[in-house]
Design a binder for this molecule. Sequence first.
Ligand SMILES: Nc1nc2c(c(=O)[nH]1)N[C@H]1C(S)=C(S)[C@@H](COP(=O)(O)OP(=O)(O)OC[C@H]3O[C@@H](n4cnc5c(=O)[nH]c(N)nc54)[C@H](O)[C@@H]3O)O[C@H]1N2
Ligand SMILES: Nc1nc2c(c(=O)[nH]1)N[C@H]1C(S)=C(S)[C@@H](COP(=O)(O)OP(=O)(O)OC[C@H]3O[C@@H](n4cnc5c(=O)[nH]c(N)nc54)[C@H](O)[C@@H]3O)O[C@H]1N2
Ligand SMILES: [Mo]
Length: 897
Amino acid sequence: MARVYVAGTPVETADAATVLDAIRASGRELPTLCHDDRLVPRGSCRICLVAADRRAVAACTTPVHDGMMIDPGDPVARAAARGTLELIVSELPARALGIPPERSELVRVCASVGVERGAFTGAVHTRGTDDSHPYIGVDRDLCIACGRCVAMCADVQGTFALELAGRGFDTVVTAGDGGAWAQSPCVSCGGCVDSCPTGALYDKHAVGRTATATTTTTCGYCGVGCALDVHTDAAGIVAVTPTHHAPVNRGHACVKGRFAHGFVTSGDRLTQPLLRAAGRGSPLRPATWEEALAYIARELTRVRDTHGGDAIGMICSARATNEENYLAQKIARTVLRTNNIDNCSRLCHAPTAAGLTASFGFAGGTNSFDDLDRADCILVAGANPTEAHPVVGSRIVHRVHAGARLVVVDPRRTELADLADVHLRGVPGSNVAVFNALARLLLDSGQVDHDYLRDRTTGLDELTALLADYSAERVAAVAGVPASALADAARLFGSARHPVILYGLGITEHAHGTDGVRTLANLALLRGTVGTADGCGVLPLRGQNNVQGASDMGALPDVLPGYQRLADPAVRERFSRGWGVPIPERPGLRIPAMFGAALDGGLRALYVIGEDLVSSDPDAGHVRAALAACELVISQDVFLSRTAELADVVLPAASFLEKDGTFVNFDRRFQRVRPALDPPGGVRTDFDILRAVAAALGADPGCPTPAAALDECARLTPAFGGISHDRLDRVGPLHWPCPDPGHPGTPVLHLDRFATADGRAALAARPYLPPGEEPDAEYPFVLVTGRRLAHYNTGSMTRRTPNAELLAGETLDIATDDAAALGVAAGDPVEIRSRRGRMVLPARPTDEVAPGQVFTAFHFPQAPTNELTSRSADEVTDCPEYKVTAVTLRSFTEERK
Ligand SMILES: Nc1nc2c(c(=O)[nH]1)N[C@H]1C(S)=C(S)[C@@H](COP(=O)(O)OP(=O)(O)OC[C@H]3O[C@@H](n4cnc5c(=O)[nH]c(N)nc54)[C@H](O)[C@@H]3O)O[C@H]1N2
Ligand SMILES: Nc1nc2c(c(=O)[nH]1)N[C@H]1C(S)=C(S)[C@@H](COP(=O)(O)OP(=O)(O)OC[C@H]3O[C@@H](n4cnc5c(=O)[nH]c(N)nc54)[C@H](O)[C@@H]3O)O[C@H]1N2
Ligand SMILES: [Mo]
């Protein structure tokens, strides 16, 4: 700590503080122009000149020392600052000072320093504008070459798309090679726009509007859980900006959270319930809420009372809030009287929940994302965070530039693979073999923590015995990864002091996904880097905004909130007492089993909240057949999804921007979701809809408000006992477990003991087994499916925003040589056929995919990827093997000739 004097008043600051920090800590404001808290201070604009120990200094770059005397109002320094500002302004066109103050820091600074236009008139630029990008407008003549945008792009986003080009007076920001912004490598995170002090870079959507309110909430796209400030006027959203100083995203965001909000006003949003007046076969027509609710109540009651509650299934939404998921599973269990409730974690990270529970005892990532800041080796396995979790991706890039080593395990050459020290490019489905080889190399080289293994783990002998079969040479042959690369990876991971493991669906969405998670977790255990103050642990990059929370809230067939086991009579007893209704004992069906039961006649009604089964579940033909077999399908969604089109009743739901509640992000943080908008007329939140459905069924589910729902959940769930809306509003995000209102939350799990029965982590001795579906002579290629930056899952939201201009359609990514052998060039149509279905996509020849493999996403209805994927699934959790589908390809143009 240092004690300094600001205008004579003593102020305590950190040793590393700057004069600017000290002035702000004293409660004073000091205008700045080139400064941004997210960036390393530059000290280039001189607007923050003050006197320190009687010398004029730039406050933003001058470090404090004990006893320093700071005079923020020193007349000489401030006159110099004012003169500098006058010079800057003199070189700008008149419109620079006509921008509303909330969109121009320069205008605010001029007002505060007392500078008006006209003191000097310098030469003014005529460098023109760039309107090519759907979101980012460029008015080059307002650029003062402060460099903030360049630093945001390089140091925060990690893309290095921007630079200051030209010399002297002509220096100006440019993107890429200086051509159109839209053609540059810019990934549209918006960081440059958020930092630009003059309006040279601006949010095109916000032009001409003035926000009258700002609501801080949590992003509803991926599981990173970025805090966003949603700025609104009477007409709706003016702009969304990342919340500065938010613990997760620290003032950063991606193209989806930052810009893709236009779907809320899309003309085709559902705004009233839809019903089939004359039953199946008749068209969906608008209905009143009363009609729709009465219909649902009558049909659900009929099915329940005739066939029992287990003839009904409910699929809850990882897009919805904790409170909504809590209420949904409570209604399923107490009103519909079934444990047939599941959520899309089944399609995603169910193997994570099963694998981490088996290894460590808890179904959550072990550490906080913040621990990445000290990681010196990052193992990214089966994840593509620069596209799917961009704020995490940026932080990884940043760490690597700061010296951390990077190992990427992915069949594709992703952006991070390009940056990696070692890229292990095994064939899809080879993870267990690769991780076993790495484990063997760590053991053979002695790069393991023997004390830790002895004291804190079980299963070392079994693992060691199994690993006899996993020499690097043998695995090289199985996985197609050079033995030397395996050795390099093991050496980097084995010699790191703070290794961290981040992983994604490339590990889980496999026939042996749970084994993949467990054998990956072995690596952290061997090194003793999980459950220790030093270690950085194992972090699953959970997918949906609230997939962690949907599962935490018990929207699962075999556990109640907080993973309390339904099979445990004491747990059932507590919930039965808490809810005042005995809860059914029989464990419910998982999503794939619900489809099977529908086809067998055991399941007759399916209530689907915020999931597009036809687009996102594997083998769409099978899904459609299952839906057709049900007597009643309810779809509750923001849009008429492909599933809603097949439903008997469609209920219009609010989006995350219109909701009150909480989400749990990928590192177990409860974060507040606050309504920035009212739902459009006729639309209700999932919370209100669920309460109305329960009421129509003649039940009162309690939980009058979202806050009350979380309170009730906290009372029944020890791990969440200290979490409430009120506390989150006061102290900010909290990591579970958080057992009581005085508990600070648990960023790092398992510090004293693991949550397993014996308190030790279980090493897993799991053999490599081949994928469920393998290529053969008839279907010789492996189709890998995944994600692209600009679009989100079924694309229902992002396709209804200008993100559709950033990526207008799907492609089939194919190795250059394979494309040549097929006779297709970029853009040529290729027919892709599996044992179940087909589609036609334009080819995109690239060396990002290996020969014999092809890649595509599932964001567009015109590219119905899941018509092709198989029902092969993880043997433990039924998570579909989306990452391996055997397909055959042919040039479609050829065919038609
Ligand atoms: N832009 C965007 N962001 C998203 C989403 C989105 O749709 N769009 N969806 C969200 C959701 S729900 C989720 S779950 C997450 C998913 O986030 P990720 O898990 O990162 O996404 P994927 O692209 O599905 O798969 C990750 C990687 O696994 C690799 N892979 C495939 N097979 C194998 C294998 O056998 N071994 C290894 N080691 N790797 C393999 C793929 O090549 C791919 O690069 O993203 C979330 N964020
Ligand atoms: N081939 C292939 N298929 C995959 C995957 C893959 O990697 N490859 N990944 C799988 C994974 S990981 C996942 S998570 C699933 C995702 O699959 P889904 O969950 O089906 O996909 P989403 O597009 O995220 O959202 C589903 C629906 O929720 C609606 N919605 C959004 N917000 C709300 C809300 O607040 N309330 C309500 N009621 N509705 C809302 C959207 O409009 C959309 O129609 O896809 C899976 N499918
Ligand atoms: Mo997901």
